[in-house]
Ligand binder design. Structure first.
Ligand code: FES
Length: 115
């Protein structure tokens, strides 16, 4: 079961255990359920408010689910991924560190989420 550690300079770091079945839940949903103040607005991958940086803490498997189309578009608009990185992601299936909390689905791995 994955541990998700939420980190922000203004708040105490908090690690939560994603419960079984949470593999269909976004990091934003998990943060909200645990009262972790990750910023958000649209909750639909449109605004970019929920931008987070994700680091994998365990060494197996790729990090988080693949980027959605909306997520890729917003991250590009925010200047967090380049066209080259997007092309590379399609080849090696490794997402970038920058993600949208309302779009990324947790996999069975320990991650650090900076928000
Ligand atoms: S809350 Fe708007 S993109 Fe995630």
């Amino acid at each position: 079961m994955p541990n998700i550690t939420f980190s922000n300079s203004d708040y105490k770091q908090k690690t939560v255990y994603a419960v079984a079945g949470s593999h269909t839940e976004s990091i934003l949903k998990i943060a909200k359920a645990n009262k972790i103040p990750v910023d958000f607005s649209c909750e639909d991958g449109e605004c970019g408010t929920c931008l987070i940086k994700v680091t994998r803490l365990s060494d197996k498997g790729p990090m988080g689910g693949p980027l959605t189309e909306k997520e890729t578009k917003v991250l590009k608009e925010l200047g967090k991924v380049s066209k080259k990185e997007i092309e590379q992601m399609a080849v090696d299936d490794l997402p970038t560190q920058w993600r949208l909390a309302c779009q990324i689905i947790v996999r069975d791995e320990d991650i650090l989420v900076e928000y």
